[in-house]
Design a protein around this ligand. Sequence first.
Ligand code: TTP
Ligand code: MN
Ligand code: MN
Ligand code: MN
Length: 385
Amino acid sequence: PKPTEVTPAVIMKSYACQRRTPLKHHNSFLTEALEILAENAEFSENEGRSVAFRRSASVLKALPYVVRAMNELKDLPCLGEHSLRVIKEILEDGTSSEVESTRQSEQFQAMKALTGVFGVGARTADRWFREGLRSPEDLIRTGQKLNHAQQAGVQYYTDLNTPVTEKEAMVISDIVEKAVKAVLPGAIITLTGGFRRGKEVGHDVDFLITHPEEGAEERLMPKIVNWLEDQGLLLYQKTTRNSYLESKDGPARPPSNMDRFERCFSIFKLEQAQVNSDTRLEASSCNFGTTDGTQECHSGSSWRAVRVDLVVSPYSQFAFATLGWTGSKLFERELRRWAGQEKGMSLSSHALYDSKQQRYLHAISEEDIFAHLGLEYIPPSERNA
Ligand code: TTP
Ligand code: MN
Ligand code: MN
Ligand code: MN
């Protein structure tokens, strides 16, 4: 660093997938506010507005310094008029009135509580809100009709809204590894999602499973699920079979960002004793080590519920699936937007299609995919857009 430099000259690229976004950054006081507005826009299903706030927040996450004045923002992309107004208010007054009134509003709080139920999206929560419901307790009290996912969501509400720790994720990794190896030796299991990006807590634990022998992974999920169920490790599961091959709308164009892999949205029954007693994990050199082995038993119970996502991918699509399931959600969205708008390509968690060459581009690693897209490789820990 040159001592004469006053304002750091930052070149901020406009797509999040062109930038490095670390987990810990310098502007949480601004990004948390903008993300409240993004979340509120999601509750009213205003996707455009939500993405605009998320993009603004993401640019601030990539800045190497604390924002102190508006003139430090003048050369930055993605900062719309509304976001700038919110930032200005926070820089001047310490808080934004719009953000604070949103945070305090009955609607925001109710939507947060209701969408916090596993299996409940913005649309359902909004309908319930308009019927006068405010919390999961209200759902039980008024005898709302709930599907199986939502029933589990209400039943395990507190546990599922308690962040999953790295240590818990590590114990679950061991369990998943054991289950998969038991039903398909030679299978490869990768931790994806937030924990792969270096997050210390998550709302769930995500895994991607494959096998080097193409085809060996077919119909694998029911076997994994049966093994876990036999061990009494599952409180809930919903398995969806692979629908990639029978899809008619073209492999690189699944509806929205949903992919067609064989998958299982589940709730694990995690024994607390297993989390607390496992000293081997504490000693391990990977980033799952913890400084505190004295975790309290949750609500006096010997176990707790944890959301786990399992996805099975054919080996030929593994790189795409890994990239697609590592996130963050905004980083993924930006990758697809970059591919489409800047490269004339179509990216999904299954494949990358080049419209000009009219062919699929092969990749065996995430690095290959970034290279095909003409992007500098960004490691998972810097995809926290
Ligand atoms: P999440 O598990 O929802 O998010 P996360 O792991 O980044 O954060 P958290 O700690 O809150 O769990 O999603 C992980 C990735 O999976 C995300 O990049 C999007 C991807 N994904 C799909 O590709 N398809 C899907 O259908 C879903 C639900 C997620
Ligand atoms: Mn930094
Ligand atoms: Mn996750
Ligand atoms: Mn997930």
